[in-house]
Write a protein that binds this ligand. Structure first.
Ligand SMILES: Cc1cc2nc3c(=O)[nH]c(=O)nc-3n(C[C@H](O)[C@H](O)[C@H](O)COP(=O)(O)OP(=O)(O)OC[C@H]3O[C@@H](n4cnc5c(N)ncnc54)[C@H](O)[C@@H]3O)c2cc1C
Length: 492
């Protein structure tokens, strides 16, 4: 809407605005041809597509601030983008928007081992952080499965999780401070290197705000000492219920594994077909992967306790590994699970909901019933320890109307999560995908309170409009948004 006004004012000629961006970042870093813009029309939720009008790639905080200022002065909506691996359409462009891509800002600015801090630019890839400090015996704990491709800026915006977040907490527990560009183009600092800043926790507020409050341009992270010992235990079960009970029993016994992941029979066979780990028995109804870390004595004791609990719950076999090579082999199937689905089905839709751990078995049964009712296979690969489910719904997008049905099925799964006391997102965010389910979880007053906060930072609604909160443009409509930006208007 905003940019259409500008288009009218400029007689369908965007050149003045493009020139302003080029003056800030350089001609090379403003993308405007139709073919190049296609690269940016979606994130990893590829069913939703919308071409941006202009893409700008700044290289410094000051450049980000200037770009946002131009958007503010011209009332242009904008969307920040990291590596574009988001699964909820957070970085999906909105119609007629400027997409501000952080991929050039990929420097590690400071490593402070003594205080266990590292300061990075937002385009730094998640696992570069661990790579930068592992030689000195440190690591960065939040480890999304996408960690070799996703950026820290995106992790901050989505409050990303990962295998090790059961014990160490999600991204918000590791972000100490932020340099931000807020939607009027001014630069602010929140938090810092010290652990508990007085006053409002604005760092905590920003983490998970999905690009609706501003752009993080410098991020101070906490790094941890590499544990003395690590052991991975793999157990296979003849029923999901038994595996789920083992998960509850391990936690009830007072242990908090570094990670505790489960895969169902469908997923086991998919990964064995594709990566052939030969560790996951094809006839198992579930495999459980438990990673233990800490002091040597603690890991040794807990390994025995975990194995015993799994046996008590009917595990058929237990395999464990201490050395890195075998540990990686045990994890290989879990890490390759999403990719494996891509080889057995033309398309898949990843859902992300949370349930209380104790409800795992019942909820998986209900998901299986929904799978039969809708006629789509669902593979379950998930963070069992924190009840974060990732049902992967397999479908063929070339079949007319299939995605609409898959979306409906995904929605039913989210409603089920809420019904049993859970949540509509564990780690992938709300974005454009799940905003219509926010009222299933929050009252009108809750949502209004969140909107007040959004308006303090983003009073003109220019930062990532239409995301997170429900709008008249619902999930289904977003899925069908094939409208090209600048319909009928040629940039050149
Ligand atoms: C195969 C696969 C596995 C995955 N596994 C996991 C997993 O285990 N756990 C998990 O949590 N997620 C997972 N994800 C989802 C995704 O990788 C994460 O959400 C990740 O944090 C997104 O980072 P990104 O750099 O790609 O961000 P984008 O997708 O580019 O953007 C995500 C959001 O962040 C905003 N944003 C980006 N940069 C900034 C910035 N500098 N300042 C403010 N806002 C910004 C965008 O506007 C958008 O709303 C997975 C994705 C894939 C494809």
């Amino acid at each position: 809407m905003f940019l259409k006004n500008i288009i009218k004012q400029t007689n369908n000629n965007l050149s003045p605005i493009i020139k302003q961006f080029e003056a800030v970042v350089g001609k090379k870093w403003v993308v405007k041809t139709k073919a190049e813009l296609l690269t940016y029309e979606c994130d990893a939720l590829t069913a939703y597509r919308q071409k941006p009008s202009i893409v700008v790639l700044p290289n410094t905080t000051e450049e980000v601030a200037e770009v946002v200022k131009i958007c503010h002065e011209n009332q242009l909506p904008w969307v920040a983008r990291g590596a574009g691996t988001g699964l909820s359409g957070g970085a999906l462009p909105v119609e007629n928007c400027v997409l501000i891509v952080m991929a050039r800002m990929k420097q590690i600015l400071e490593i402070d081992l003594e205080n266990q801090r590292i300061v990075v630019q937002p385009g730094v890839i998640n696992n570069w952080v661990t790579q930068a400090v592992s030689g000195a015996g440190f690591y960065y704990a939040p480890d999304p499965s996408s960690q070799i491709i996703c950026s820290i800026g995106g992790n901050v915006a989505e409050n990303s999780g990962g295998v090790h977040c059961l014990k160490y907490g999600v991204t918000t527990n590791h972000v100490m401070g932020l340099k931000l560009v807020i939607p009027d183009g001014s630069i602010k600092n929140v938090g810092g290197k010290i652990p508990e800043m007085p006053g409002y926790d604005l760092t905590g507020l920003f983490v998970g705000s999905e690009g609706t409050l501003g752009i993080a341009t410098e991020i101070t992270l906490r790094i941890l000492k590499t544990p003395e010992a690590i052991c991975v235990v793999l157990a296979d079960f003849t029923s999901i219920e038994a595996a789920a009970q083992a998960v509850s029993d391990i936690i009830s016994a007072g242990m908090i594994p570094a990670g505790m992941e489960m895969m169902d029979n469908f997923s086991i066979n998919a990964v064995e077909d594709v990566v052939a780990t030969n560790y996951y028995p094809r006839d198992a109804k579930a495999v459980l992967l438990v990673e233990l870390d800490g002091l040597e004595v603690e890991v040794s004791t807990n390994k025995e306790r975990v194995a015993q609990i799994c046996k008590d719950n009917g595990a058929r076999s237990i395999t464990s590994a201490r050395d890195l090579d075998t540990r990686m082999k045990l994890w290989k199937g879990r890490k390759a699970a999403f990719a494996a689905m891509g080889t057995i089905s033309p398309n898949y839709f990843v859902q992300d909901g949370v349930i209380p751990r104790t409800k795992l078995a019942g909820v998986l049964e209900e998901i299986s019933a929904l799978s039969q009712e809708y006629g789509y296979e669902i593979a379950n690969v998930f963070h069992a320890g924190d009840g974060n489910l990732h049902p992967l719904i397999l479908y063929d997008n070339s079949v007319e109307g299939s995605f609409a049905k898959v979306e409906e099925l995904g929605g039913e799964i989210l409603k089920l999560c809420v019904r049993v006391g859970g949540s509509i997102s564990g780690e992938h965010g709300i974005g454009a995908d799940k905003n219509c389910y926010m009222p299933d979880m929050f009252s009108e007053a809750d949502l209004e309170t969140m909107q007040y906060i959004r308006q303090v930072f983003n009073p003109d609604g220019l930062a990532n409009p239409g995301k997170v909160f429900p709008t008249p443009r619902t999930c289904g409509e977003a899925a069908n948004a094939k409208v090209q930006a600048f319909k009928g208007v040629d940039v050149f």
